[in-house]
Design a protein around this ligand. Structure first.
Ligand code: COA
Length: 297
């Protein structure tokens, strides 16, 4: 799909995208690149990185791949250093690396819980912490009043509660909290904007393949009336909005891009019935008010 943004909105910018080798992270990398940014892609799997970088370069994007695990502070430090060494600076950090699987609490070991918290929450924080010196105003390639941007990829699971996702809900709740706290503190002190994006179900992603495999055969629409799949493009456009000047006054916010799905619940009575019911109930309450003493208030 064609982008509504000008092709040069991110000209001269440098981005690092964790989990950028596949899925939503790759599409964000590609769209940041197509709009002028140079992109460093961080991931754990070398073959995935090699394929991603070659696909980005085929589109004329200046891209490098850097192997690393966001759970390891030394990897975070090394990858950030290598990005700045290669491209001269860092303007945008996208924390897209995440871990997920379906498990009921009975089957989720404390180590399973910890693993997802370590990737999503601690990994996000570690990347932010190590990126500060590059992103802050006055950092490499930055003016005295020009800081960078952080985008944390989150979810909507924890707005209510989600079956078999206790670990990810807890992890993403922490991510949203990190987004707000850093927006307050680093926005004030270093002119760094920190925002999030909470995607709904997005087609063709590792997340969908793991969380809603074809084998599941659930008629989702029956219990989630607003259920629709989004595209990776939808998430990348939200990232472009936040990264471009269009989002320059947005700080500390997590943009939900899910077609309204998290609000979804089955209609408990048909529309016609509610009209009738309402007339009956209102009629009854008017009748019961006749002759009632008027209020002295
Ligand atoms: N159900 C229950 N527990 C599970 C599980 C599942 N499907 N998958 C992993 N675990 C548990 C393991 O049993 C282990 O706990 P234990 O030591 O008490 O047995 C713990 O989680 C760590 O598993 P391990 O396979 O060693 O972790 P890893 O670091 O190799 O992989 C994952 C991390 C599990 C999150 C893996 O799915 C991953 O790498 N995911 C990244 C990609 C991804 O999920 N993308 C989708 C994003 S939405």
């Amino acid at each position: 799909m064609e982008s509504p943004f000008r092709a040069d909105v991110l000209k001269g910018k440098v981005a690092l995208v964790t989990g950028g080798g596949s899925g939503i992270g790759f599409e964000i990398s590609a769209q940041l690149g197509r709009h002028g940014a140079a992109v460093a892609v961080m991931g754990r799997r070398r073959p995935v990185l090699v394929a991603a970088v070659s696909a980005l370069r085929d589109q004329g994007i200046r891209a490098i791949g850097l192997e690393g695990d966001v759970r390891k502070q030394e990897d975070a430090r090394r990858v950030l250093e290598a990005t700045v060494e290669h491209f001269g600076k860092l303007d945008i950090l996208v924390n897209g690396a995440a871990g997920n699987f379906l498990a009921s609490p009975e089957d989720l070991s404390p180590n399973g819980f910890r693993t997802v918290i370590e990737i999503d929450s601690v990994g996000t924080y570690t990347m932010c912490h190590e990126a500060l010196k590059y992103l802050k105003k006055g950092g490499p390639g930055k003016g005295p009043s020009m800081g960078g941007l952080i985008i944390n990829i989150s979810a909507t699971l924890h707005y209510t509660a989600s079956w078999y996702q206790l670990h990810v809900s807890a992890a993403k709740a922490a991510v949203d909290s990190i987004t707000r706290s850093l927006a307050l503190e680093w926005g004030t002190d270093y002119d760094i904007r920190v925002n999030g994006i909470a995607p709904g179900p997005i087609e063709g992603t590792p997340g969908m393949r793991k969380l809603a495999p074809e084998e599941m055969k659930v008629r989702t629409q029956e219990y989630m009336p607003l259920f629709k799949l989004g595209q990776k493009w939808d998430i990348a456009m939200a990232a472009l909005y936040l990264a471009s000047d269009a989002g320059k006054f947005v700080n500390g916010h997590t943009v939900v891009v899910d077609g309204g799905l998290w609000l979804s619940r089955p209609r408990h009575i048909p529309k016609e019935e509610v009209k009738e019911l309402s007339r009956v109930v209102e009629g009854k309450s008017r009748a019961s008010n006749v002759g009632a003493p008027s209020s002295k208030l």
